[in-house]
Design a protein. Structure first.
Length: 128
């Protein structure tokens, strides 16, 4: 993967090489996004009224995961190219679909499976 310029105060710019920790943070973003989506779904479906959805513990926990996702994403993007980060973030879609099927008992239709497979295939082609 490439090098990226990062600001270094008023003295100019220095190069930051992507480290394993940057890729770990990017991978964490995929799982944090999926977890946040699942918690928001659980919070939205367990509340009786719409206003109750906002103060549901599942909803609050979901937004907490999104906050952690933001921190991890900022750290990862300091050294990883945006195009790489975007491809990795697309992997959260298949993860959400599979987790919703396994944990929330939502249907997993064949078109969803094909779409998930295409997303994973596209990420593999991108990184080949």
């Amino acid at each position: 993967m490439g090098w990226r310029l990062a600001p270094e105060g008023a003295r100019g710019c220095s190069l930051i090489a992507p480290q394993a920790s940057h890729y770990a943070a990017l991978a964490a973003c995929v799982f944090l996004t999926a977890g946040g989506q699942l918690l928001l779904r659980k919070g939205a479906s367990s509340a009786v009224r719409i206003l109750g959805s906002f103060f549901n513990p599942f909803t609050i926990a979901g937004y907490g995961l999104f906050a952690l996702n933001t921190v991890a994403g900022i750290y990862a993007m300091r050294a990883i190219e945006l195009k790489t980060g975007t491809v990795w973030s697309s992997l959260s879609f298949p993860l959400v679909a599979l987790a919703a099927w396994a944990l929330l008992k939502e249907p997993f239709r064949w078109r969803v499976g094909v779409g998930c497979a295409l997303i994973v295939l596209g990420a593999c082609i991108f990184h080949a």
